[in-house]
Design a protein around this ligand. Structure first.
Ligand code: COA
Length: 327
């Protein structure tokens, strides 16, 4: 190989996992004052999957990781970098990356998690891309995994209809063929209180707190900032690669709300049959949502080798990101 040849990080395998238990909109009608019609028309969600009581985020991540490793044809000895996007870790520490590493019988390589809410997978992908393209890693395991059901208030109709559990994974390998072409990340903490969970480790519950330890969301305001920010990040990605939107084969968006997805597709002038939509099946699974959608479209044969993919996400923080990928 010529020293001047660029090394790319190529996605060589994807995997995903949804817990067996399904909670339909009809089930939610029995729990809160809502309706299937309202949920479908405002969000596009039909059902979500809920982790069993004894299933943790690492359990979900493990299933997705094993499927991605099998698809890529790699074993534990090949993997030299692990990053997990999650906001719902099993423990305060060790991080989910380390717990997963032990499950997979991988030892010694860096393993960590990133806590950027729904943007966790794309943040992780971007970090792994830097490691692989710099030559510091050759085979990275990138995961998004969540058990959001544990931090949802099941009596709050404004949030409980939206979120679900799941995991998605991708294997990135060094290659001379493209590859991830560019990643774009951003954040703006000024919006922190539009979408957050009030309790952590350092900030304990106070006597005058009225909120429970659950996701708090000003849905309408989140919606507006999400649409604008996603428009900006997809345009930034196209500009950076000197691309016209018609050159994108597939938009693989964060699966938060069908109306947000449609707004971004309109902006890119993309017909909806070029947009991977899985939100109806699992709701908003935060960091897991983009790799879940990616894996589904790869496995059902929609996404083909050589096609150009635009991944995008937006989440609490606010954080956001995109990745342009020659698959
Ligand atoms: N069922 C029935 N009615 C509901 C409801 C539910 N599950 N949730 C809220 N409502 C009601 C509200 O109480 C309100 O009633 P009111 O007019 O009597 O006050 C009405 O529906 C409209 O509420 P609003 O919040 O304006 O609805 P919306 O059209 O903005 O839809 C969301 C709500 C949450 C679906 C939407 O704002 C959204 O998806 N936001 C983005 C959330 C998101 O993506 N978060 C994660 C980002 S990563």
């Amino acid at each position: 190989m010529n020293v001047n040849d660029r090394i790319y990080a190529r996605i060589t395998g994807t995997g995903s996992y949804l817990p067996e238990r399904v909670l339909s909109n009809a089930d939610l009608e029995k729990m809160v004052d809502t309706s299937d019609e309202w949920i479908r028309s405002r969000t596009g969600i039909e059902r979500r999957h809920i982790a069993a009581d004894d299933q943790t985020t690492t359990d979900l991540a493990e299933q997705a990781a094993r499927r991605a490793m099998e698809a890529a044809g790699v074993g534990p000895a090949d993997i030299d970098f692990i990053v997990v996007g999650t906001t719902t870790p099993d423990l305060v520490f060790p991080n989910v990356g380390c717990l997963l590493q032990q499950r997979l019988d991988i030892h010694g390589c860096p393993a960590f998690s990133v806590e950027t809410a729904c943007s966790g997978f794309i943040y992780g992908l971007s970090i792994a891309d830097r490691y692989v393209t710099s030559g510091a890693a050759r085979c990275a395991l990138v995961i998004g995994a969540e058990t959001l059901s544990r931090i949802v208030d099941w009596e709050d109709r404004g949030t409980c209809v939206i979120f679900g559990d799941g995991a998605g994974a991708a294997i990135l390998q060094a290659d001379q063929a493209p590859g991830i072409l560019s990643c774009h990340l951003g954040a703006d903490g000024r919006y922190w209180d539009l979408l957050y969970n009030p309790y952590g480790t350092s900030r304990q519950r106070r006597p005058d707190d009225t909120e429970g330890p659950f996701i708090q969301m000003k849905g309408n305001e989140v919606f507006k900032v999400a649409v604008k920010t996603l428009e900006n990040v997809v345009e930034e990605t196209l500009r950076a690669n000197d691309l016209d939107h018609h050159e994108i084969d597939w938009l693989v968006p964060h699966q938060a709300n069908i109306r947000i997805i449609q707004a971004t597709a309109r902006r890119l002038d993309m017909p909806m049959d070029k947009v991977v939509v899985t939100v109806q099946e699992h709701g908003n699974t935060s960091a897991a949502s983009v790799p879940l959608a990616l894996d589904q479209a790869v496995r059902d044969g929609r996404i083909q080798r050589g096609e150009l993919l635009l991944l995008e996400t937006f989440g609490g923080g606010f954080t956001w990101g995109s990745a342009l990928i020659r698959f």
